[in-house]
Design a protein around this ligand. Structure first.
Ligand SMILES: Nc1ncnc2c1ncn2[C@@H]1O[C@H](COP(=O)(O)OP(=O)(O)OP(=O)(O)O)[C@@H](O)[C@H]1O
Length: 287
C-alpha cells in the first residue's frame, strides 16, 4: 500500500535544482535507504516531505492528504536531522518533555532507558554534548516516538562504531515492533545494506534508482581476473566500471552472468551495494 506519494517535486535554489521532477512512492511499513552523493538532494527531499521547506512545484501526499501545513499529517512524522528544533541551551530531558507535548505519543520510559544504554546524561544541555551525543539524543527521540513515519538524515553522524551497531540493532527492534515506514539517508552504505528493503538513489536532484535492494543487486555481478582476460570478457557487455589492482582487474557488469567465455582463472562475485553506488554516481572523468 502506498503511504507517501511524492508527485513531481521540483525545488530550486537560484540556478541550482536541488530536486527536479521527483516522483516517488513510499509504501507503509518498509525501510528505505536514500542514497546520493554530497549535494544530490537527499536532505532537501526529506525536508520537503516533512514540510520544513516548500517545493517550487509538485505536491507531497501522506495517505492522500497534502503534507503542506497540515498539522494532522505532520504529527505522524518525525525527521531527525542535523538541524535543531529546540534551542541548544535546553537540557536533553526538556527536549524529551517538549517532544512529548508536541506529539503526544512519546515513550518517555523507553527514552530514559535508551539514554542509560547509550550513557547519555539527559541533565546536560544540548550545546554541551559532544558531536556523537548530539546525534544520539535525536536518535533516542526517533526510537521512542510512536509515529508511523520516521525520516533519518545522516542518523549516525559522529557516532563511534559501537554506538552505530547499537543504533542499527535498536532501529530494527523498534521496526519489528511498530512496523513503521522508515527512510534513512546516509553515506555509510554498507552499514545499512542489510537493514533496508528498498533503495532510492538521487543524482543531481533526480531519481536514478528506485527499486528493491535485492533486485538491483541481482541485476549485475562483478568479475575479476587478469586484466587482459577481463578486457576480452567484457567486450559487448554493459560494464559500469572497473577497479585495477596491479595486474588484476575487476569489472562491474550489469546483466545476467555469462559463463560461456569465463576462464578458470576468473572469479564471479555478487555486486556490492557501495560499489554499485560508486559506479552509478561517478562523474565524467572521475576515477
Ligand atoms: N538553503 C539552501 N540554499 C541554497 N542552496 C541550497 C540550500 N539547501 C540546499 N541547497 C543546495 O541544494 C543541493 C542539494 O542539497 P542537499 O542538502 O539536499 O543535498 P544532500 O544530498 O543532502 O547532500 P549531503 O550528502 O552533502 O548532505 C545542493 O547543491 C545544495 O548546495
Amino acid at each position: 500500500m502506498e503511504a507517501i506519494n511524492v508527485a513531481n517535486i521540483t525545488k530550486r535554489y537560484g540556478d541550482i535544482y536541488a530536486l527536479e521532477h521527483v516522483d516517488l512512492n513510499f509504501e507503509a511499513g518498509k525501510i528505505y535507504g536514500l542514497l546520493g552523493r554530497n549535494g544530490a538532494g537527499k536532505s532537501t527531499l526529506l525536508k520537503a516531505m516533512t514540510n520544513r521547506i516548500f517545493p517550487d512545484d509538485g505536491v507531497i501526499y501522506l495517505n492522500d492528504q497534502p503534507v503542506m501545513e497540515n498539522d494532522e499529517v505532520l504529527h505522524q512524522m518525525y525527521l531527525m536531522s542535523e538541524e535543531d528544533m529546540y534551542p541548544k541551551s535546553m537540557k536533553v530531558k526538556d527536549v524529551f518533555h517538549w517532544t512529548d507535548e508536541f506529539y503526544g505519543c512519546f515513550n518517555m520510559e523507553k527514552a530514559k532507558e535508551l539514554a542509560k544504554k547509550f550513557e547519555l546524561n539527559i541533565n546536560k544541555k544540548v550545546k554541551d554534548l559532544s558531536t556523537g551525543y548530539q546525534s544520539i539524543y535525536k536518535l533516542i527521540i526517533a526510537l521512542s516516538l510512536n509515529v508511523p513515519y520516521v525520516f533519518l538524515d545522516e542518523p549516525v553522524l559522529g557516532l563511534d562504531a559501537n554506538h552505530r551497531e547499537m543504533f542499527y540493532k535498536l532501529l530494527l527492534e523498534t521496526y519489528m515492533e511498530k512496523q513503521q515506514t522508515i527512510v534513512i539517508a546516509t553515506h555509510l552504505i554498507e552499514e545499512i545494506a542489510n537493514l533496508i528493503e528498498e533503495i532510492i538513489i538521487l543524482k543531481n536532484g533526480k531519481v536514478i534508482v528506485n527499486q528493491p535492494i535485492e533486485d538491483i543487486l541481482a541485476a549485475g555481478y562483478s568479475v575479476s581476473g587478469l586484466a587482459k582476460d577481463i578486457d576480452t570478457y567484457c567486450e559487448g557487455k554493459h560494464v559500469l566500471g572497473y577497479d585495477v589492482l596491479g595486474g588484476l582487474k575487476i569489472a562491474y557488469i550489469m546483466g545476467e552472468v555469462d559463463k560461456t567465455s569465463l576462464k578458470d582463472t576468473m572469479e564471479i562475485n555478487p555486486l556490492n551495494l557501495q560499489k554499485l553506488f560508486v559506479e552509478l554516481t561517478k562523474k565524467e572523468g572521475e576515477i
